[in-house]
Design a protein around this ligand. Structure first.
Ligand code: HEM
Length: 128
């Protein structure tokens, strides 16, 4: 079984990797290639959900915050305050994109971008 710090480090690598995909999808959008944006983000969506599900599974066996002091636990709470709403919005982002509900999709994108930025910044700051 991996240790808590190993799990957190793995999560950081995965979050950076999917963030690169998200950025690539925005480049595709800027190049007026919305279909490519959709394809890249479909992969982003699947990988992010798989990561969340795998993490939830591992949490049944490992207490990742066992080695955390009070400050680190507070940092984890703040991180989850971004990460959980971001994960909840993701299916709506995917469906609104697929259904071409552009106004809804772009409105959700504003909220999602804030939440994802917060997830990455507060996540990378966690101790491992
Ligand atoms: C975070 C910033 C994002 C912005 C600014 C953005 C913006 C857009 C825009 C402007 C379109 C074109 C809509 C149209 O022409 O009707 C689009 C399409 C789409 N987006 Fe996003 N999006 C973002 C994130 C995401 C995410 C996170 C996902 C998936 C979870 C996603 C999935 C899609 C899909 C599937 C399409 C349809 C592509 C197609 O036409 O085949 N987008 N997006």
């Amino acid at each position: 079984m991996p240790t808590g710090p190993q799990i957190i480090l793995t999560l950081k690598v995965l979050v950076v990797a999917v963030t690169l995909l998200l950025l690539a999808s925005l480049v595709a959008l800027a190049q007026k290639r919305p279909r490519r944006h959709g394809q890249i983000n479909t992969v982003f969506f699947i990988l992010t959900l798989l990561t969340v599900m795998a993490f939830e599974g591992v949490l049944q066996w490992v207490d990742v915050s066992a080695t955390f002091d009070d400050a680190a636990r507070q940092a984890l709470r703040i991180h989850l305050g971004f990460a959980i709403p971001a994960a909840l919005i993701l299916p709506a982002m995917f469906l609104s994109g697929k259904m071409r509900k552009k106004t809804l999709h772009v409105a959700l994108a504003v909220v999602f971008s804030i939440l994802w930025t917060g997830t990455v910044i507060t996540g990378l700051g966690l101790p491992h």
